[in-house]
Design a protein around this ligand. Structure first.
Ligand code: NDP
Length: 486
């Protein structure tokens, strides 16, 4: 046997590498964070927040009723003038403090994020929590430089912001919303998603520890009805929402004629385009990161994989081989690549779209893996022979499922990529810089990555076109959503 054969026959066994939740000190029950403290709901309820990997409760959480939401908005209104009157330098100090406290509690936040939401702890530890801190750091730096962000014009805060975030990046989305709003002198009432309220409540503890004046931030977990009631509160000056396109449209209708500025960051069906001149192995890593990161629960997931026909068989072959090495299972194990599906409802939605793909004639391949008995899981899946009209090529699956389409020319790639009601993100894999720029400028997508995917940075604007929403979050562009400029 040659040395080469010996080397390639090595099989790596993974020993379990569980992150211990022992030092996490969650309360048994959390109140609503209103007026600087945790309070019992007046007309809300208390519900358990479940671990999607075990279906066991992690902690009990208060859900706000309409009266509780009113109380939170009133408190934010009272706090706003004094917060806006602070110098930018002083507001920035509070944000720096929050950023540092997030860093200090990184491990705990990462573990709770994975227990409450199902994502691999490697991702919460290396992506969600550091990026959440980075957003606070970034906007802390802007707080005393707003005049430069809107050069030559006068900028004032809008007032009280109602902010609604989804379950896929609970802490990170809270940071995306709160940091720019507070830097600009607004106060906020934030509603976390029903299935993942816990890290937002730990953030409330951090906000308390940072001694933010009461009312500057209210955090009110609740269900969809609470979100709907919050955007209908009469005394709000701004709504920022991240979530599904359907709910985004409902919010837009609710605000029609009220003159309340709105930013919507909605769904996507983003194209990840692989040209024949791409570094194929690198592209395969990017495809895997684009669709299996966070179980595919990512608004900008590269869920439509467009491959140039001449390299399609090679790319699909290598992708399939790489998928076979993904480790699916316990989110708290540091070896895990793909964790639990966030909720039973989301699992049902993924299953129903995957069945539709099979019925419509696409070819499905899911990796063989042992899935735990309890909890909600879905094996990483690739569909080939997909037609542009198939539901799996059109609708957001929001799971670990990628639909492969092919193209022959650059023009066809652009046309197919833009053939979507969405327009959130895209990836381009090529070693020709000029081609990447040409294709990027023809794509209807808010973010285009070249030779990488799912790469986030607080200094860069993020947002969509078409039914993926409007308004930008991140960077100086993210300030404009929270300022009245005259
Ligand atoms: P939603 O849009 O329903 O949830 C997002 C947030 O809005 C949650 O906090 C939710 O509360 C709240 N909400 C629900 N209904 C209303 C309403 N009428 N008015 C105001 N706020 C409301 O997404 P889902 O959780 O139902 O997921 C459904 C699909 O949406 C997914 O399968 C996926 O395709 C897409 N999605 C896209 C996301 C993105 O980042 N673009 C993020 C999440 C989902 P509650 O949690 O209680 O429902």
């Amino acid at each position: 046997m040659s040395t080469q054969e010996v080397r390639t026959s090595i099989v790596w066994d993974y020993a379990p590498a569980p992150e211990s939740p022992d030092h996490v000190r969650l309360r048994d029950s959390y109140g609503l964070f209103i007026d600087g403290d945790f309070r019992d709901p007046r007309d809300g309820t208390r519900v358990p927040s479940l671990n999607p990997a075990t279906e066991e409760p992690v902690a009990e959480v208060a859900f706000a009723g309409p009266g509780d939401l009113r109380r939170a908005v009133e408190s934010a209104r009272r706090a706003q003038p004094a917060w806006a009157a602070l110098s930018g330098l002083e507001r920035g100090k509070y944000l720096f403090r929050i950023a540092r406290l997030i860093q200090e509690r990184t491990r705990e936040l990462a573990i709770v994020e994975s227990m409450d939401g199902g994502k691999p702890v490697r991702e919460s530890r290396d992506v969600d929590v550091p990026l959440a801190a980075a957003h606070f750091f970034h906007y802390a730096g802007w707080a005393d430089k707003l005049a430069y962000g809107v050069a030559g014009r006068r900028a004032e805060p809008l007032g009280v912001a109602a902010q609604i975030v989804p379950w896929n990046f609970p802490l990170l989305m809270a940071a995306w919303k709160l940091a720019p709003a507070l830097a600009c002198g607004n106060t906020s009432v934030l509603k976390p998603a029903e299935t993942t309220p816990l890290t937002a409540l730990l953030l409330a503890e951090i906000i308390q520890e940072a001694e933010l004046p009461p009312g500057v931030v209210g955090i009110v977990p609740g269900d969809g009805a609470a979100g709907a009631a919050l955007v209908r509160e009469p005394d709000i000056d701004k709504v920022a929402f991240t979530g599904s396109t359907g709910v985004g449209k409902d919010i837009q209708a609710a605000l029609a004629g009220r003159g309340v500025p709105l930013t919507l960051e909605l769904g996507g069906k983003s194209a990840n385009i692989v040209f024949e001149d791409a570094a194929i192995d690198q592209a395969v890593e990017g495809i895997v990161n684009g669709i299996f990161f966070n179980q595919g629960h990512v608004c900008c997931a590269g869920s439509r994989l467009l491959i140039q026909e001449s390299v399609a068989d090679t790319v699909i072959g290598k992708l399939w081989e790489r998928m076979g090495r993904l480790r699916v299972g316990d989110p708290l194990d540091k070896n895990t690549d793909v964790g639990a599906i966030n909720s039973r409802e989301q699992l049902d939605r993924i299953r129903s779209l995957v069945s539709a793909g099979e019925e419509e004639g696409a070819v499905r391949r899911s990796i063989e893996c042992e899935l735990p008995d309890r909890g909600w899981w879905f094996a990483p899946t690739v569909f080939t022979e997909v037609a542009p009209a198939h539901r799996i090529a059109v609708e957001e699956i929001f799971g670990p499922v990628v639909s492969v389409l092919t193209f022959r020319t650059q023009a066809e790639a652009i046309e197919k990529a833009n053939n979507s009601t969405y327009g959130l993100a895209a990836g381009i894999w090529t070693d020709k810089g000029a081609k990447a720029f040409e294709v990027a400028s023809a794509l209807q997508a808010g973010v285009v990555w070249q030779n990488t995917y799912n790469h986030f940075d607080p200094t860069a604007a993020f947002g969509g076109y078409k039914e993926s929403g409007f308004g930008r979050e991140g960077g100086p562009a993210g300030l404009r959503s929270y300022l009245r400029v005259s």
